[in-house]
Design a protein around this ligand. Structure first.
Ligand code: NAD
Ligand code: IPM
Ligand code: MN
Length: 354
């Protein structure tokens, strides 16, 4: 049997990023023992400290290096109060998403235990869907400008790009995922009642693509209604596909439904290419260094990465271990437990079995 060693770039980043990433890395080491997963990890110090001391955000040649020398990237979070412009986070995180063309931002919304949701009377099966957030364009294209900045006549424009190719590939990815995973419904949400042009393109593409998947129900909602339905009737969602900005906002709501940002995981994916896995949460500056951050989102993101790298069994074992910890109350305080970040990581590792 040939054992292929996958190469993973680890970019812990800022704030609580390094603390939670350390626990996720520990989990990857653990699945080496329990499941024979062989990974070669290499750490990179990209983040606020490097930016402040060297003026470097995403080093030159980094994207090329990642795409030729690595199979995946595992990152923590980027954002630091010392960098109010958020320049380094934009260059590093959005730089990787755009520069590596990671057009799928896959964000599962899955309730691991009913006591975690703030919604009353919901069972775990009621909150179980996957968001496909477009990840390379929309409102994140960085286009816009000022006219007469700082004067009373100031004008600021903020543009949004929706390309035929970009919309089609994320909608196709959502339907392909639904088909491959036995999900029955794909919901697309937009604001086509107001955003006439981009919304029109999304609507046309959605209908066209949906026709190729007759066994899957295609459902359209306006994004404001989606926010409401996520709270009132989350069980209706199976796969939710949307643009970059609505996907960002709705997945924080999704995180809340499953127990908070500490638990939410994500993959920034271009199938077949180096892809990036990271918790949905940010660098949480007030929590940094306090050993209070929940490492579960980072650990579950490492689980998504394992699945992407072809280690489905190990990925399943990681998720099971997190679920068992939650059920046993072995969690950090955001989920009602009393464990520190490293203790919570250790409990997950102890529950991973081969
Ligand atoms: P945040 O996700 O850092 O924090 C929001 C809230 O959730 C805070 O109350 C925080 O304490 C809590 N929280 C987050 N992660 C947690 C964890 N693992 N365990 C327990 N509690 C947790 O979002 P924010 O405060 O809006 O942003 C802080 C910084 O992070 C900003 O600079 C922002 O731009 C950046 N950010 C980065 C990413 C990323 O790198 N992917 C994502 C979101 C925000
Ligand atoms: C996320 C974050 C990022 C985003 C920020 C930090 C640029 O909120 O990953 O959800 O808006 O995409
Ligand atoms: Mn976000």
């Amino acid at each position: 049997m040939t054992i292929t060693v996958k190469r993973v770039a680890v970019v812990p980043g800022d704030g609580i990023g390094p603390e939670v990433t350390e626990e996720a890395v520990g989990v990857l080491e653990r699945v080496g023992e329990t499941h024979g997963v062989r990974l070669e990890l290499k750490h990179f110090d990209w983040g606020a400290d490097k930016f402040l001391s060297e003026g470097v955000t995403l080093p030159e040649g980094a994207l090329e290096m990642l795409s030729t020398e690595f199979d995946a990237v595992l990152s923590g979070a980027f954002g630091d109060p010392r960098v109010p412009s958020n320049q380094h986070a934009e260059d590093i995180l959005l730089g990787m998403r755009r520069g590596l063309d990671l057009y799928i931002n896959l964000r599962p919304v899955r309730l691991l235990h009913e006591r975690l949701t703030p919604l009353r009377g919901r069972a775990v099966g009621d909150i179980n869907f996957v968001v496909f957030r477009e990840n390379t364009e929309g409102a994140y294209c960085g286009a816009g400008g000022f006219l007469k900045r700082g004067t009373p006549d100031e004008v600021a424009t903020q543009e949004e790009f929706n390309t035929r190719k970009g919309v089609e590939r994320i909608v196709v990815a959502a339907f392909e995922y639904a088909r491959g995973s036995g999900r029955r419904r794909v919901t697309m949400c937009d604001k086509s009642n107001v955003q006439r042009f981009g919304g029109d393109l999304w609507q046309r593409v959605f209908k066209e693509v949906a026709a190729r998947y007759p066994e899957i129900e295609a459902n359209h909602q306006y994004a404001d209604a989606t926010a409401m339905f996520m709270v009132l009737n989350p069980a209706q969602f199976d796969v939710l596909v949307t643009n970059n900005l609505f996907g960002d906002i709705l997945t924080d709501l999704g995180a809340a439904l499953q127990g908070g940002l500490g638990l939410a995981s994500s993959g920034n994916i271009h199938p077949g290419r180096v892809s990036l896995f990271e918790p949905v949460h940010g660098s949480a500056p007030p929590l940094a260094g306090k050993r209070q951050a929940n490492p579960a989102g980072a650990i579950l993101s490492a689980g998504l990465m394992l699945e992407y790298l072809g280690h489905a069994e190990a990925a399943g074992a990681v998720e099971r271990a997190v679920r068992e910890c939650v059920a046993a109350g072995e969690t950090t305080r955001d989920l009602g437990g009393a464990l520190s970040t490293p203790e919570a990581g250790e409990r997950v590792r102890a529950r991973i079995r081969g």
